[in-house]
Write a protein that binds this ligand. Structure first.
Ligand SMILES: [Zn+2]
Length: 83
């Protein structure tokens, strides 16, 4: 966790989120696709990145979520069920 995300949590009123233990903060695992354009740099004798494109990221109800406090594993849909 970095300082930016910690201060964001401080600004919100904590609401129970984890279905198992009620922890207000859970983790959502997602991944971002990055496409690199490279060329061969003769001086470095290695591939050199010319530019990189970061793909869209996000989550839906099927995305895996887990609670750091109690170890609960589920989906984003589980977190929002009943709200
Ligand atoms: Zn929990």
């Amino acid at each position: 966790m970095n300082a930016a995300s910690a201060s964001r949590q401080d600004a919100q009123a904590p609401a129970p989120l984890c279905p198992a233990c009620g922890a207000p903060v859970v983790s959502i695992d997602t991944s971002v696709e990055v496409k690199y354009r490279v060329h061969y740099a003769i001086t470095a004798q290695d591939l050199e990145v010319i530019c990189e494109q970061v793909g869209d990221s996000g989550w839906d109800e099927e995305t895996t979520a887990e609670c750091d406090a109690c170890g609960w594993h589920g989906t984003v849909g589980d977190l929002l069920a009943g709200r």
